[in-house]
Design a binder for this molecule. Structure first.
Ligand code: ADP
Ligand code: MG
Length: 332
């Protein structure tokens, strides 16, 4: 089973960013309202995610590191129905098998915190008492220390951190109600309070993306035939492409999809931004029966039951929104 863990780890744990994604998802699943992420050396030396979620009871701590030990979902149908992000119960086990991992947790109804550690294949069976407020901290050190082949595929510290920051951005954009902080090599990169009002949300977006995005963005809020779209569409005043400023969420999950991409591009092109690059943060909500989310842990794909309906909705609504603000003298 240990070898199986390491093989499975190859699928789930590709690089530091994938570890961070899994850990944040666990924190969100645990109902955390505050998630603190601390990184050293692009995540290769240290990834520490601390949350104030419901915690892991002492008796379940060691189990949480074991493969297929999910406390969550039982079937894919239930997964969708619950809206739970995690599945299969293999993320922690996979990460543990390729790092030195410390899991510390305290549920609110437990008087003390407890901790369990693993070093690659060797998992300590002993629990140790620890100091921790309500919630959970997962500390991942020396990622891939025991899998040199995988370690060799890591890029520079900067590249790995950029990937990791992108993961945090997506999560922070999809959960305005949760406070996030991200530190790298003891420097604060993002510090985001929970954003409840539209003004607070716009401030979060400006902090995460470029401030210019929000100065020119227009608010989208529209609904038709069971489809609801909210968010912000930026007027691209930039001459250069901004691929990192295109965020589309379907039912709360970031998605890269041809149908969506086409509709958005088309709407921009038709109106005035020919040759320029759209930037947007958009949220599409629809009944879960209208969309299949690819359940592969690392993919961001969806399949709409009625692609045409979704395409036409996105195109027409964006087209209208953009046309409304078209500057008189812009020759496009
Ligand atoms: P999954 O998320 O698919 O259940 P994981 O391997 O990611 O599998 O986590 C295993 C289990 O450990 C989870 O089901 C959950 O019970 C527990 N767990 C992991 N991280 C946290 C956390 N931050 N807070 C509370 N429980 C957690
Ligand atoms: Mg998980």
């Amino acid at each position: 089973p240990r070898l199986a863990n390491q093989i499975a780890a190859g699928e789930v744990v590709e690089r530091p960013a994938s570890v961070v994604k899994e850990l944040i998802e666990n924190s969100l699943d645990a109902g955390a309202t505050r998630i603190e992420i601390e990184i050293e050396q692009g995540g290769v030396k240290l990834i520490r995610v601390r949350d104030n979620g419901r915690g892991i009871p002492q008796d379940d701590l060691a189990l949480a590191l074991a493969r297929h030990a999910t406390s969550k979902v039982y079937s894919l149908d239930e997964l969708e129905a619950l809206g739970s992000l995690g599945f299969r119960g293999e993320a922690l086990a996979s990460v543990a098998s390729v790092s030195r991992l410390t899991l510390t947790s305290k549920p609110a109804n437990q008087s003390e915190a407890w901790q369990v550690q693993s070093h690659g294949r060797d998992m300590a069976t002993e629990l140790a008492p620890a100091a921790h407020t309500d919630g959970t901290t997962v500390e991942v050190r020396d990622l891939f220390f025991n899998t040199p082949a995988r370690r060799k595929f890591l890029r520079t510290e900067k590249t790995e951190f950029n990937h990791l920051e992108e993961v945090v951005k997506r999560q922070a954009l999809s959960r305005f109600d949760v406070a996030f902080s991200l530190r790298h090599n003891n420097r604060t990169i993002h510090s985001l309070r929970a954003a409840h009002t539209q003004a607070e949300q716009q401030r979060r977006i400006a902090q995460l993306l470029k401030p210019e995005f929000m100065t020119n963005a227009l608010v989208v809020e529209t609904e038709r035939a069971g489809l609801r779209m909210t968010g912000w569409v930026g007027l691209p005043t930039f001459s250069r492409s901004m691929p990192d400023m295109q965020y589309f969420f379907v039912n709360g999950r970031v998605v890269k999809d041809k149908v969506i991409g086409h509709a958005v591009k088309q709407a921009y092109r038709d109106v005035l931004y020919h040759g320029r690059h759209p930037c947007f943060v958009l949220f599409l909500e629809l009944d879960s029966s209208g969309v299949d989310v690819n359940v592969h842990p690392t993919k961001h794909e969806v399949r709409f039951r009625d692609q045409r309906l979704v395409h036409d909705f996105l195109f027409s609504q964006l087209h209208r929104a953009l046309a409304d603000v078209r500057p008189e003298n812009d020759v496009g």
